[in-house]
Design a protein around this ligand. Structure first.
Ligand code: ADP
Ligand code: MG
Ligand code: MG
Length: 909
């Protein structure tokens, strides 16, 4: 067994920042700070390997480990000129956990270890501060009983009330009896009395005496920290964060310094820059005469560190800058030193003992998306980091936040969540609740901001969704209609908030398990990035018009372009196409022709489509199609024009026809009147078209096989647009994409239609050739497996990963919301496969299809147009397979571009 213990101190340090695997994050950085000459109380780190050894030995500390610890302790005694357990000049230590990756609050720490009946009087004599000593002692008893004697022993507290809670209650009762408001009001006598009472309670409750031997305390503490690696909290945190169980935790044994020695002592936590906004200002909180967790535990409202940290709640409290200007200055210098050393924002913990500053921890600080961007750009300007590092500093998913208004994190902290759902559309929205799409439109016309609350949404809600600034539904998954649409528009949306019981008629929604009722007109705020709903108007921060973002994206572009993969967008209108183009889209990967039958301006084309569907003969159908054709062409042409110079992939009509036949009797009657036929016939036709599983029914290419004239009309619209736009001097690159195919013969039959129309258009327009590619979606597993054949006719593949996932798993994406939670919680699935490509299963099909397709046609273009096209992990996957492009909704274009830039930079490393 290698060395188990590493020392750190101002004069001799064995560890370094890059030894996190061995020393844990905390230990490695304590060592690094010590080597930088930053004041760190001396101590030693027991390695993560020793933790593994501990478990291998049946949860026992080996003799070798004990010996190494005692030897290291001896050194610490020499540095500090104190003695552990020495009654004259007692050394006290903290025993702190610290894994490779920070697991905040998940494992345990014990402070003031080494206080005993012998050392208490010695410390009182030495410090002359008996109140402080008794305060430290009662804290030790609380922490030790909790961490070492109860949790580590696996004792399940009777009726859920653990020893810490019991002791806390004793403390509260006592304070109440004495009329003390705060812990600091307790006198020495009070604390002394409490310590004795605590010990009695520990014995009564846990059946063992609180150990009075400092050595027993030390090893008890080390063993308990090792055990806390397998505590309930820590295990569930590891599940969520995908941290391996076998990493183990390190233990740091460190000389205690005391923030609770009086008015010149204090403790605090800080960030070297503002973690919410990214502003280059020192940001933190502190408490005078306090120890350890007091700041974060929320027992006392902490004071602001400096002016930059003052807000409404704490502005009346004194800042460290005001109270101890010199120490503040020293801390500020350390802040600068740490930043220039680590070249990133640090999250730090410090303690001031009688005016002397000590650093107790530093680690890379967590931050919001906006802060990540701002810091990356600032640090680039400050020449602290280079461009590549700046690009890598912003996680693709964090860009989501940057592109949408968000709730001011300060005001969100104070609000309480009334319901939770799936975070379907990022950002935040605050508005008045309405329960129908019509109301949404009406209220917005009246100048109100609304949030559309629905049981679930269907295509008919589309206008209300467009009008609303936020969408909230009780049912549906991340890829439900509402979610897809909302993301496409960059709209804040929460779906599947199961606790909502929506009463549309009564225009109200109840929240299960509470007596909260949301009524029409009530103001609510949604956090679409988290899926949280608040019944209040929370303050917003607008993040969209950020010049830093634009500059950042130009750097991203530079690196992205060093790779070969592009980003296209899924867009159905010229307007969306323009938005996406502005975000850097290099073409359209999916234009859905059916779009023109939904939403604003759809009345006439929808009417004509219905007329076509209700036709009895081919002639009638053709006539209806002729009337419909100009509408088709108008949108397609305008979109192609908006994408001048770039490819546009037009997908042939995909949904089953019954979706377009009106369902209600009055709507049927209305249509019958307009068409001059019997309502009865419409009903019959609707019934005839009814399918028990429309998702696998008469749709996609199958429609065109039965009704080639439908395909013909669409292809004609594309080819005519192409010729006309070319004549106007535009550069268009249309691509016809056939959906829902499973066999090359479907492609061949459809190709015949294409060839026929091609010749006709050529002749009619008097041109020699028209540029237009012909390809297919790969969204049925059979098509993926037979890709070598598909590629004989298809010039490109676009993976429709929504349906491909649906058919590979046998999960309906509209219904997955009901059980997805169970699957994710139970670790049956690692992630929602509709959000991130399931690389194990669906990924294999994609790989097979890519490989077999290219064998037939080496220049085959490959793309992805499912929702996953904007998911960073899926983008990376496509990059590795050498895709031509990924296509995603307009607002995800920058995210995909950043993901590619990350792949390129990592690739070149
Ligand atoms: P966590 O990982 O949960 O933050 P820590 O090991 O950092 O746990 O300990 C929590 C707090 O205890 C620290 O923020 C610090 O205030 C206090 N603490 C730990 N070690 C010492 C020490 N040697 N002297 C003074 N305070 C300490
Ligand atoms: Mg800490
Ligand atoms: Mg599909």
């Amino acid at each position: 067994m290698a060395k188990r213990v590493y020392l750190f101190s101002s004069s001799f340090t064995e560890g370094k920042a890059d030894m996190k695997n061995l020393l844990g994050g905390k230990g490695a950085n304590l060592a690094e700070m010590a080597s930088l000459g930053i004041p760190v109380p001396p101590g030693f780190t027991v390695t993560t390997e020793a933790c593994t050894e501990y478990y291998d030995c049946g949860a026992k500390l080996s003799d070798e480990l004990r010996a190494e610890c005692l030897a290291a302790l001896k050194k610490v005694e020499e540095y500090t000129k104190m003695g552990y357990g020495d009654p004259e000049k007692p050394l006290l230590v903290s025993v702190r956990s610290g894994a490779r990756q920070s697991m905040p609050g998940m494992m345990d720490t014990v402070l003031n270890v080494g206080l005993s009946s012998k050392t208490v009087p010695g410390l009182i004599k030495k410090t002359g501060n008996d109140r402080f000593v008794w305060d430290s002692y009662r804290r030790l008893i609380m922490m030790y009983a909790d961490v070492v004697m109860e949790k580590a022993e696996g004792i399940e507290p009777v009726d859920g009330k653990g020893i810490r809670k019991q002791l806390d209650e004793m403390l509260d009762e006592y304070k109440h009896k004495k009329g003390c408001k705060s812990d600091t009001d307790l006198t020495t006598e009070d604390l002394k009395f409490l310590a004795e009472e605590f010990k009695k309670r520990v014995k009564a409750s846990l059946g063992k005496e609180f150990p009075d031997d400092p050595i027993e305390q030390l090893f008890g503490g080390i063993g308990a920290v090792f055990k806390s690696w397998n505590g309930k909290k820590a295990i569930s945190y590891r599940r969520i964060e995908n941290i391996p169980d076998d990493w183990g935790t390190a233990v740091n044994v460190q000389t205690m310094v005391f923030g609770n020695m009086g008015d010149t002592s204090a403790t605090g936590v800080a960030f070297t820059r503002n973690p919410a906004t990214g502003e280059n200002k020192f940001y933190g909180e502190w408490l005078v005469n306090a120890q350890g967790e007091d700041v974060v535990a929320g027992i006392r409202t902490p004071n602001p560190l400096n002016d930059a940290t003052k807000n409404e709640q704490n502005k009346h409290l004194h800042s460290l800058q005001e109270v101890m200007p010199e120490t503040y200055k020293q801390l500020d210098d350390i802040r600068l030193k740490l930043e220039s050393h680590f070249k990133d924002m640090q999250d730090i913990e410090f303690t001031i003992q009688e005016g002397i500053l000590y650093m107790l921890q530093c680690r890379t600080g967590k931050r919001t998306g906006t802060a990540a961007l701002v810091m990356a750009m600032d640090m680039l300007d400050e020449k602290l980091i280079d461009e590549k590092t700046a690009v890598l500093r912003v996680k693709p998913a964090q860009l989501d936040e940057v592109l949408h208004p968000i709730i001011n994190p300060e005001s969100e902290k104070k609000a309480s969540v009334i319901a939770k759902g799936l975070p379907a559309g990022p950002g935040a929205a605050c508005g008045q609740v309405v329960f129908t799409s019509e109301d949404a439109v009406k209220w917005v016309k009246d100048g109100k901001k609304v949030i559309l609350l629905r049981e679930e949404t269907n295509p008919e809600d589309v206008e209300g969704m467009r009008a609303a600034i936020g969408i909230l539904t009780a049912r549906g998954g991340m890829t439900s209609h509402a979610a897809l649409v909302a993301r496409g528009w960059g709209k804040c949306c929460i779906v599947g908030a199961g606790a909502l019981h929506v009463d549309v008629a009564g225009k109200k929604a109840k929240i299960a398990g509470s007596d909260i009722v949301i009524k029409e007109g009530d103001v609510i705020t949604l956090n679409g990035s988290k899926g949280h709903v608040y019944q209040a108007s929370l303050e917003m921060m607008d993040a969209t018009e950020n010049p830093r973002f634009k500059h950042f994206m130009t750097i991203v572009e530079k690196y992205m372009k060093m790779g070969k993969m592009g980003v296209r967008t899924n867009a159905d209108t010229p307007a969306d196409a323009k938005v996406a183009r502005a975000f850097g889209a290099e073409g359209i990967g999916l234009f859905r022709t059916e779009h023109m039958f939904y939403g604003v301006g759809a009345d006439q084309p929808l009417f004509l489509l219905r007329k076509m569907i209700l036709s009895n003969t081919v002639e009638e159908r053709k006539a209806a199609l002729n009337e419909l054709s100009p509408f088709f062409k108008k949108d397609i042409k305008a979109t192609m024009e908006a994408m001048d110079g770039m490819p546009v992939t037009v997908r042939l009509l995909d949904p089953p026809l019954h979706e377009f036949v009106p369902q209600s009797a009055d709507k049927q009657a209305e249509l019958a009147k307009a068409l001059g036929i019997k309502a009865e016939d419409i009903k019959k036709r609707g019934e005839a078209l009814h399918e028990s599983n429309p998702m696998m029914g008469h749709r996609g290419v199958r429609l065109g096989i039965t009704y080639p004239e439908v395909t013909e009309m669409q292809i004609r619209a594309v080819l005519e647009s192409a010729v006309e736009l070319t004549k106007e001097g535009k550069h268009v690159h249309p691509e016809i994409m056939v959906p829902v195919t499973c066999d090359v013969r479907e492609l061949d039959v459809t190709k015949k239609v294409f060839d026929k129309v091609y010749e006709e258009v050529k002749k009619a327009k008097g041109v020699d050739a028209i540029e237009c590619k012909y390809g297919t979606m790969i969204e049925i597993p059979r098509a993926a497996l037979l890709a070598d054949r598909m590629a004989k006719t298809a010039e490109f593949f676009s993976f429709g990963t929504n349906d491909l996932t649906q058919m590979t798993f046998g999960f309906s994406r509209d219904d997955i919301g009901v059980f997805l939670g169970d699957y994710l919680e139970g670790k049956i699935l690692d992630a929602d496969p509709f959000q991130t490509v399931d690389q194990d299963g669906v990924g294999q099909l994609i790989e097979i299809a890519a490989e077999r397709g290219r064998k037939t046609r080496p220049e085959l273009k490959l793309g992805i147009c499912g929702e996953q096209g904007g998911d960073p992990a899926s983008v990376e996957f496509c990059y590795k397979l050498g895709f031509t492009y990924v296509s995603c909704s307009p607002f995800r274009v920058p995210i995909a571009r950043l993901a590619i830039a990350h792949s390129v930079i990592k690739d070149k490393k």
